[in-house]
Design a protein around this ligand. Structure first.
Ligand code: NAP
Length: 226
């Protein structure tokens, strides 16, 4: 049992999430930002990898005051629970995700994480330990479900998205394709990691919707079950 999981990412027309230096790029416009804000407001939790925390220092808060008020009116916290996949407990205590906006945070670590750092981070976030040297997603998602998290939004980056896709741990994939080319063989893409080699293992999708937003295209897919 796991939360209903939607992967969401913005990529350039050539499939890059950022530059080869891993510098954040404004890929979407106002309409897509508003859509992502609504998705955040609708879900119970949002997850990113430590690579994204280091590169972008996102706060992952709900930006619209109206959406924040709606959450409160429904008895929820202002922001969804924010989760970092951080096997070795390296999240800086100054990170915006730990300091900006109200709401719970969770840092998922592995058994190899330095216990002194874990203690330090536990002043800012709940700590969940899953996996020996890397966060085990099956174990983590089960634990999140046990804690009442029914819907999860995965916001990147490419390494984390690859793990969710390759382990079959998602239900929908929403990609915003922006009107720009970033290029670069080593620039992060939607699904990095090792990549599948056997056709049998490719993750198959069903197109569920697409629409023009700003000057790009929002494409929504559902996972095709084998
Ligand atoms: P990432 O995917 O955010 O984080 C990867 C790290 O997460 C791993 O190296 C690993 O570090 C940790 N991790 C722990 N358990 C994991 C697991 N089971 N599977 C996968 N990772 C796990 O980092 P990234 O690939 O470097 O991506 C960051 C880039 O993506 C940045 O350039 C950022 O700007 C971009 N980005 C773009 C968007 C977009 O929508 N355009 C969104 C987000 C990010 P440990 O081993 O230390 O735990």
């Amino acid at each position: 049992m796991r939360p209903y999981t939607i992967i969401n990412a913005a990529m350039s027309a050539d499939g890059k999430l950022s530059t080869k230096e891993r510098r954040q790029v404004r890929i979407s416009g106002a309409e897509d930002f508003a859509r992502v804000d609504r998705m955040r407001a609708d879900c119970d939790a949002i997850l990113v990898g430590i690579g994204t925390v280091h590169a972008d220092d996102p706060s992952l808060t709900v930006k619209s005051p109206t959406l924040r008020e709606m959450r409160i009116a429904h008895g929820k916290q202002t922001n969804p629970i924010r989760i970092v996949l951080d096997s070795h407990a390296k999240t800086p205590i100054t990170a915006d995700i730990l300091n900006k906006g109200e709401g719970y945070r969770i840092i998922a670590v592995s058994e190899e994480a330095d216990q002194e750092r874990v203690r330090e981070l536990s002043r800012y976030a709940d700590i969940i330990t899953c996996g020996r040297d890397r966060v085990d997603l099956h174990c983590l998602l089960q634990e999140l479900k046990k804690r009442g998290i029914e819907s999860l939004m995965v916001e990147g980056g490419g390494t984390v998205i690859w793990s969710f896709i390759s382990e079959g741990l998602f239900d929908e994939l929403h990609t915003y394709l922006g009107a720009l080319i970033i290029g670069g063989m080593t620039a992060p893409t939607l699904a990095d990691g090792e990549g599948f080699t056997e056709e049998l293992h490719f993750s198959r999708l069903i197109l569920s919707d697409m629409k023009r937003l700003d000057d790009g295209l929002l494409i929504q897919w559902k996972k095709k079950h084998a």
